[in-house]
Design a protein around this ligand. Structure first.
Ligand SMILES: C[S@@+](CC[C@H](N)C(=O)[O-])C[C@H]1O[C@@H](n2cnc3c(N)ncnc32)[C@H](O)[C@@H]1O
Length: 278
């Protein structure tokens, strides 16, 4: 018991474990996630409908989205953005490894011609070229520096020379607002993690040097114990600029969100428009 508790409370190295597959694809958890995506009163897995409408309207006008626009949405979830882009006439590809979300997305877009790809976006390959690549709701922050490098190389390959990347990340303001905590709860988060009986630990670790935060969940059932690691990189404008420049991009614009709200220093998120460096 003592050793188990020691393990639960141990601080891993930043990005030591990658468990996104369980977080988004476990049969029970992914059903709960889908409910969160579609629930308009919580901005957890996706943002609310009003925001998404505003965001798509902003991107439509900013990038002149229409019949000749090819868009790829990395981590498209249930297709809340892809469907709206397609309704604007764009040719849309949505990539996600959550079977549940892709199934929902396909059903919701049965009347539209959207190319949904059920795949780990780190392994996605295509011979298409895109005018716009999006990655929305801070999924970028869940990836390690190596994974982000890999993804920027992919973006570079698949983005038209005049094309743009739009994505959002957590800011240092968000980092400052979080604290290290240790919590323990029977059926942690109201049964979110399993349909069966379980005990859940949540440990939040902060890595001040790297500006990384980890929400680690240890979920103990009668027949298995699972650990889920939700890593969150936080950025300053400078660290975001440096990361993109080191990987062949230049950031052209900064906002407070992907709906084009002007950038504010106290915003908990930063959204960017980036292009390939010449
Ligand atoms: C925070 S949700 C955002 C969904 C969508 N962009 C939105 O804003 O409505 C992150 C999405 O990325 C997907 N995802 C996470 N890691 C992935 C990976 N390695 N490959 C493919 N999809 C991934 C998840 O399944 C989930 O649908």
């Amino acid at each position: 018991m003592f050793n188990d508790l020691k393990k639960i409370n141990a601080r891993p190295k930043p990005y030591e474990f990658y468990t996104a597959e369980t977080l988004w694809n476990d049969e029970h958890i992914s059903k709960q996630m889908l409910e969160f995506h579609l629930n308009d009163s919580v901005d957890l897995a996706s943002r609310n409908k009003t925001f998404i409408d505003k965001s798509v309207e902003w991107m439509t006008s900013r990038f002149n989205i229409g019949k000749n626009t090819a868009i790829a949405d990395f981590g498209c979830g249930p297709g809340l953005y892809t469907i709206r882009f397609a309704e604007k006439g764009a040719t849309v590809t949505g990539i996600d490894f959550s079977e549940n979300s892709i199934r929902y997305a396909k059903e919701a877009a049965a009347h539209l011609d959207i190319d949904y790809v059920l795949r780990d976006y780190l392994e996605f390959e295509t011979d298409k070229q895109f005018d716009l690549i999006t990655m929305i709701t801070c999924d970028w922050c869940a990836l390690s520096p190596e994974q982000r490098k890999m993804l920027l190389a992919k973006f570079c390959d698949y983005l038209d020379n005049q094309g743009s990347v739009v994505l959002d990340v957590y800011s240092l303001t968000a980092f400052e607002q979080r604290e290290e905590i240790t919590a323990y709860e029977h059926l942690h988060f109201n049964g979110f993690w399993s349909a069966d009986d379980y005990y859940g630990f949540m440990n939040t670790f902060k890595y001040d040097d790297e500006k990384v935060l980890l929400d680690k969940y240890t979920l103990i059932e009668e027949y298995r114990t699972r650990e889920i690691y939700n890593w969150l990189q936080h950025y300053s404008l400078e660290s975001l600029k440096a990361e993109f420049e080191e990987n062949g991009f230049r950031i052209e614009e900064y906002y407070s969100d992907v709906a084009g709200t002007p950038y504010r220093k106290d915003s908990t998120e930063i959204a960017i428009v980036a292009k390939k460096a010449a």
